[in-house]
Write a protein that binds this ligand. Structure first.
Ligand SMILES: [Zn+2]
Ligand SMILES: [Zn+2]
Length: 315
């Protein structure tokens, strides 16, 4: 399977500011030596040598994550503002999917605000199947697109074949060759995490969670859900100090994420739900601090990276 981050920012869309763009350009210009400009290949080599926080950005769109199964089935997790970009890119492709399976972790704005701009919902040639463990979630989704919050309604304008499927507690769903399970996690108002397994590989997606006793408990249920995942995409919005200060805001720190990934024998940890106050350099510093902390804790095999908007990976 393949997976793509379409939005990794927490809480609110956060475009790069003019000041941040200037800082990036200024830092790049300061690194150029005359030899770097001596030929096209030297220029390319120079650009390739730049750190990710300078030549690129983790992005400002809110939560949207896609998993493409090996048979092409498109699973989408959350409908933050990144969902719009997903549709734009996927509809440009000659063989984009005609059916989307869209799973909600919860319904805070940053996980729902992209849905009114998801073009496939408006076209009769598409099917969009919505999933959530919340029993009455159809009304929650439909009610967010009404006057005075939005100019048109879902029922009035969305021509795709829309279906809503509530997921039973403790159940599982088979789609394509994948098995999908879910569980509640600690977050104000409630949220869910999903585990996707296909061909012996597994991804756990938990974008909003204040990791606590429920998630760390060494229970069989937790081991089956979190244990030995190849990829964990985890809420790591804060530094440890902020996590203590904002203990009831519903998010986790990168250091707690490293402890959690170590405890459940995770192979790759993506820091997700980036804090809107942090610029790209600060996010990069947090990434290096997380890697340093993992090494100091004795976990030398855990691969840690920032979730970066637009990046597609194979698993
Ligand atoms: Zn969120
Ligand atoms: Zn939330």
């Amino acid at each position: 399977m393949h997976y793509t981050f379409w939005g990794a920012r927490g809480s609110i869309p956060t475009p790069l500011t003019t000041e941040q763009v200037k800082q990036k350009i200024s830092a790049v210009v300061g690194r150029i030596r005359p030899a770097d400009l001596s030929s096209p290949s030297h220029r390319e080599a120079f650009l390739d040598s730049l750190p990710a926080w300078l030549f690129g950005t983790p992005g400002g769109n809110t939560t949207c994550f896609e998993v493409e199964l090996s048979d092409g089935t498109a699973l989408v997790f959350d409908a933050g503002s990144g969902l719009r970009e997903l549709a734009r890119k996927r509809m440009q492709a000659d063989e984009g999917p005609s059916t989307y399976h869209l799973f909600f972790t919860h319904f805070h704005y940053d996980h729902l605000q992209g849905l009114p701009f998801f073009i496939p919902c408006y076209l009769s040639s598409f099917s969009v199947r919505f999933y959530s463990p919340v029993p009455d979630f159809r009304n929650i989704v439909i009610d967010q697109m009404r006057h005075p919050y939005f100019p048109v309604t879902m029922e009035g304008t969305m021509q795709a074949n829309l279906e809503f499927k509530s997921l039973p507690e403790g159940g599982e769903l088979k789609l394509g060759g994948a098995r999908i399970t879910w569980r509640p996690v600690s977050h104000p108002g409630g949220a869910f995490a999903y585990r996707i397994e296909e061909n012996g590989k597994s991804i756990v997606f938990s974008p909003d969670v204040a990791l606590g006793e429920d998630e760390f408990e060494r229970s069989e249920r937790n081991r089956r859900f979190f244990g030995n995942a190849d990829v964990l995409i985890l809420d790591a919005q804060y530094t440890l100090g902020e996590a203590i200060e904002k203990y009831d805001w519903g998010h986790s720190s990168y250091s707690l994420g490293v402890d959690f990934a170590t405890g459940w024998n995770i192979s790759t940890l993506y820091l997700f739900h980036h804090e809107p106050l942090y610029d790209d350099r600060k996010l990069d510093r947090n990434l290096h601090a997380a890697r340093w902390y993992a090494q100091r804790s004795g976990n030398t095999t855990l691969h840690i990276d920032l979730a970066r908007e637009g990046e597609r990976y194979e698993l």
